[in-house]
Design a protein around this ligand. Structure first.
Ligand SMILES: *[C@@H]1O[C@H](CO)[C@@H](O)[C@H](O)[C@H]1NC(C)=O
Ligand SMILES: *[C@@H]1O[C@H](CO)[C@@H](O)[C@H](O)[C@H]1NC(C)=O
Ligand SMILES: *[C@@H]1O[C@H](CO)[C@@H](O)[C@H](O)[C@H]1NC(C)=O
Ligand SMILES: *[C@@H]1O[C@H](CO)[C@@H](O)[C@H](O)[C@H]1NC(C)=O
Ligand SMILES: *[C@@H]1O[C@H](CO)[C@@H](O)[C@H](O)[C@H]1NC(C)=O
Length: 356
């Protein structure tokens, strides 16, 4: 006879359920969208693209980063300057100052993604010590690709599991190691024909949900017409178990999230040509000419569609967990400013007493 407490024994043998409920911890939107991001402020020495990623001052001054009349954040490539040989085109790369741990979900509502020959745009995340700590590409596409794709890049040992529960059957590669296939990553293509380019923009864009969980990494994509009510409006919490099957899923069984991933900073960037969009084997799949000479140096109107328009990025964390890491490095610029203003005020007060 079994003791009556054995119901407990059975439940102890079952793996602990992973929470799918997350609460809002951070929102980037509207007039304050660009608060809490670092602008790269250097030429693209990361992927060898033909761009200068502007610092915040130049980006705002040149109107390559701004909030439009609809309240959406625009990040764009310079489409007004004619360049001379050897010059790079100005563009944007921003990364979040905060990092988000395992047990986070980020949701991005995007109306327009950059596209066109030579263009390589992405919304992604990585650990600062990349490749240690991994990279999660939520949206990436180049040139005149038909669709966007998703992927992971890690140290060797992480692969896309055959146990993945996902809706996309377009699996391009399964080894996530940066050392495999020239750092192709483990790539899954978004089957939605409106996941990139003009089709994405015409469909009103869509919402990407990226879940960074201990039992695996998952990405959902919903186009505007298919957006579930649980993602509409100013949502203060989300439950990923209600979102249905993700479009891409990398379960932890073949890629231990704890082993290969560390807290992630979010990144938007648009580069031109470079290691991926400009690689001959990739470029000539959908474009003609010479990437730098004919496109970057060509008519600036080549870049009229090379911009992100983002309604918001929201980050959610598991309740009761510290999921937002603010790396040390002193107070944020806004706090520095108000501290400075306080000192000035105190200074003038002091000067007033001095002269009295
Ligand atoms: C890129 O250039 C910046 C500024 O010169 C430098 O600090 C950084 O280490 C460089 N990064 C790489 C990967 O070369
Ligand atoms: C991935 O596979 C799809 C379907 O076979 C193909 O259309 C696409 O070009 C591939 N993408 C990449 C990045 O290799
Ligand atoms: C939007 O998503 C739905 C469901 O995945 C799909 O049937 C439809 O074709 C998509 N619409 C566009 C414009 O791609
Ligand atoms: C959404 O709600 C959060 C608090 O739950 C608030 O901080 C934020 O400003 C709201 N955003 C909008 C666009 O109303
Ligand atoms: C640049 O592109 C924007 C759309 O992104 C467009 O409104 C503008 O007319 C284009 N041309 C110039 C010279 O800015």
């Amino acid at each position: 006879m079994f003791p009556s407490t054995c119901a407990v024994c059975v439940s102890l043998l079952l793996p602990a359920a992973v929470l799918a409920q997350y609460n809002l911890v951070k929102e980037y939107s509207g007039e304050t969208f660009f608060d809490g991001w670092s602008f790269y402020g250097n030429r693209d020495n990361l992927t060898n693209g033909n761009v200068n990623f502007l610092d915040d001052t130049d980006a705002f001054h040149n109107n390559l980063a701004f909030v439009n009349d609809a309240g959406n954040a625009i990040m764009k490539v310079d489409n007004s300057s004619t360049l001379k040989f050897n010059q790079n085109r100005n563009s944007i790369r921003i990364s979040s100052s905060d990092q988000f741990t395992v047990g986070s979900v980020w949701v991005a509502d995007i109306l327009h993604v950059p596209y066109g020959c030579s263009v390589w745009g992405a919304f992604w995340s990585s650990a600062p010590a990349w490749p240690l700590g991994g990279e999660i590409d939520t949206f990436e596409a180049v040139n005149q690709d038909a669709r966007g794709h998703m992927g992971l890049h890690t140290n060797p040992g992480c692969t896309h599991s055959s146990n993945a529960v996902q809706s996309s059957t377009l699996i391009n590669s399964t080894d996530c190691s940066i050392q495999a296939n020239s750092n192709q990553g483990c790539i899954i293509t978004n089957p939605d024909p409106a996941s990139y380019g003009e089709a994405f923009a015409k469909a009103g864009g869509g919402v990407y949900v990226t879940e960074f969980a201990i039992d695996g990494i998952s990405i959902w994509f919903f186009n505007r017409t298919d957006l579930p009510s649980s993602l509409q409006g100013n949502v203060s919490s989300i439950d990923t178990s209600t979102l249905g099957i993700p479009v891409a899923n990398w379960p932890a069984d073949d890629c231990s999230v704890n082993e290969f991933f560390q807290p992630q900073e979010l990144v938007f960037d648009i580069t031109l040509c470079g290691d991926y969009a400009g690689a001959a084997s990739v470029f000539y799949q959908t474009c003609t000419g010479v990437c730098y000479n004919d496109w970057v140096l060509g008519d600036p109107s080549n870049y009229d569609t090379a911009y992100f328009e983002v309604s918001y990025v929201r980050v959610y964390g598991q309740p009761g967990e510290l999921t937002v890491i603010q790396p040390s490095g002193g107070p944020r610029s806004a706090e520095v400013r108000s501290f400075g203003t306080l000192m000035l005020a105190l200074g003038s007060l002091f000067a007033m007493f001095w002269t009295l």
